[in-house]
Ligand binder design. Sequence first.
Ligand SMILES: NC(=O)c1ccc[n+]([C@@H]2O[C@H](COP(=O)([O-])OP(=O)(O)OC[C@H]3O[C@@H](n4cnc5c(N)ncnc54)[C@H](O)[C@@H]3O)[C@@H](O)[C@H]2O)c1
Length: 308
Amino acid sequence: MKCLVLGGAGFLGSYLCKYLVDKGYNVILFDKNQPDYSSFNDMEDKIEVVINDFVECESFDELTKSVDVVFHLISTTVPRNSNQNMGFDIESNVLPTLKLLNNCKKNDVKKVIFFSSGGTIYGITNNIPISEVHSTDPICSYGIHKLTIEKYLQLYWYLYRLDFVIMRISNPYGGRQFLNASQGAVTTFLERALSNEPIHIWGDGNIIRDYIHVSDVARAASKLIDYKGKYKVFNIGNGEGHSLNQICAQIKTVLEREIKVNYEQAKKEDVPINVLDINRAISELDWKPRVSLQEGIRLLIEDWSELI
Ligand SMILES: NC(=O)c1ccc[n+]([C@@H]2O[C@H](COP(=O)([O-])OP(=O)(O)OC[C@H]3O[C@@H](n4cnc5c(N)ncnc54)[C@H](O)[C@@H]3O)[C@@H](O)[C@H]2O)c1
């Protein structure tokens, strides 16, 4: 079984590549950046790396030949910056994805697994936890591009029987998350606390999110390779909500000391609450999250132990 991981040098992609290699799959990693293998032993020999720009790529024909499963993790934007240039957001994400899907169809790829966003697709709601059948009304362009790609995946399935599964991921965190990437409160807050710098919170700290450890995301993604059931969309989260203030409290508990927090003006792209209903994934995939938030914070400290 050969898997192609688009965006494999990134935070989630690097964990996924490592997870797939450990499971015995052949992996091709595609990214515009060279992967950083530090802390992942023996990966270099086990992965084929293709460095190219997803947006500039003329064709994905060669890349998708003899590939069984494509994991699509490339996004050129994040929720916070996506409203600044909505045209770029659509052009650089949706159009190259259509090119990719055409080549997947041509080369009989068995399945495309798309990393979508459970945090932005649904928009503002009081129906917590949010199930996969909830209405979708994103309040940022990033959420709209994710939803648009989801719709094209459904269209390619309808027209050409190109199989797909969508992972609507909540808020992942873990050791290789890039700090200051405008995503990842758990990692950013912990790094600030460990450096004795104040944590900056936009708003009053009461916005609630569903935080999932990266290892639980990678395990869910690999379960989807062989999934043959009727569902095409899965929420992948922890199923529990924590406010930003609660994250700070948990960090304080783990570090056993006070931390500094500064509150700043709230951002418009932030929905007030987002917690995913993950019952479909639990019952269909024989999967459930294993890492609690507090355990995840301890794991992060372990991952960073050489830096502390
Ligand atoms: N991290 C989150 O909070 C989160 C939540 C839900 C969904 N997702 C989705 O999961 C996927 C992976 O997220 P991540 O946090 O690992 O992001 P990341 O930014 O760490 O990784 C994305 C990778 O894509 C690569 N990439 C970006 N533009 C490219 C281009 N034009 N050509 C080639 N490679 C390019 C980057 O170099 C990077 O290695 C993304 O699609 C993201 O939208 C992330």
